[in-house]
Design a protein around this ligand. Sequence first.
Ligand SMILES: [Fe+2]
Length: 193
Amino acid sequence: MYKPRYYNFNTVNGMTRKQLDEHYNLYVGYINKLGQINNLLKEKDSYEDPNSTYSTLRCLKKGESYSLNGIILHQLYFGNITGQKSEISGKILKMINRDFGSYDNFVEMFTSVGLSMRGWVVLVQGEYNGKLRIIGQDSHDNGSIYNGNPILAMDVYEHAYMIDFGTNKKEYIKVFFENINWDVVNKRIDNRI
Ligand SMILES: [Fe+2]
């Protein structure tokens, strides 16, 4: 069973504890909800009268994907904005230069995808060739790529920035970049963590 992971939000600059704590509470909510869903999926009653328009099982399976991806994505996100902040270097810098031309190009593209999406932007090492790809998602359970290794995640749901930035999503994305822990991102390459 999932247990909420600890993240040291004191290391995050430019975002308030109120913003980060409220966000963390949502993450804990997904963990709790997944626990309820897992229990219901063990009960035989849940599998009775299955139907793709409406059924108990349909609701449970939709909720399972949503909460499970929500947990994983938030762990990626909190993990890559906390801890020891670092300058971009090492393998990730070489890969970004190779696949996006330059770091500045990458920041511009990642930011634009963030402004275009309602849920998530995820930098994925994938799917079969190891090249980097920027994935845009409108929700936890929409747009994920199988066989892609997620190495950097940015939450662009409004709950991620509204308290601190109002509707100024672009400023939030700028602050997100200032807080990226590139050491964590480097360790995620090739699924090393
Ligand atoms: Fe979120």
